[in-house]
Design a binder for this molecule. Structure first.
Ligand code: CA
Length: 140
């Protein structure tokens, strides 16, 4: 991830808080593969935007709004991972990279369509298998 966006930060913070109960600058820097100075800068910006509460030397946590946004971004990521795994049957690392590349460009309406399609695929595996086979040129 070259330059993580504000959305990436919120998503990763949500994952850290969900898994460990807290997030700190060092963990975030490690996850994002960037310097702690860059992370501190973004954390201050998220604080200024009302998404994190930040106290110098004491770390940070989500505001209500930040938590909701973080969770929404995490769910979006997971929904896309599930869908593109269904679609491409690609290995997890490849699907992850794909999702990281496109997730910021999809609005709520498109996400709702993808989510519904993904649920439909799950509920109708026979139908989906037929589709994949015909798309492969292997149809009936
Ligand atoms: Ca993501």
């Amino acid at each position: 991830m070259a330059t993580p966006s504000q959305e990436d930060y919120l998503e990763f913070i949500w994952v850290l808080v969900h898994d460990k109960g807290y997030a700190c600058v060092t963990d975030l820097a490690e996850m994002l593969g960037i310097s702690t100075a860059s992370v501190s800068k973004m954390v201050r910006r998220l604080h200024d935007d009302g998404l994190l509460t930040y106290e110098r030397y004491r770390g940070f946590s989500f505001t209500q709004r930040g938590r909701e946004q973080g969770e929404m971004l995490y769910v979006r990521h997971r929904t896309l991972e599930k869908f593109f795994t269904q679609l491409t049957a690609g290995p997890p690392e490849k699907v992850y990279k794909l999702v990281e590349g496109i997730e910021h460009h999809l609005d709520f309406d498109v996400m709702r369509c993808i989510e519904r399609l993904s649920e439909y695929i799950e509920a109708h595996p026979e139908w989906w298998r037929c589709f994949l086979e015909s798309a492969d040129g292997r149809g009936e």
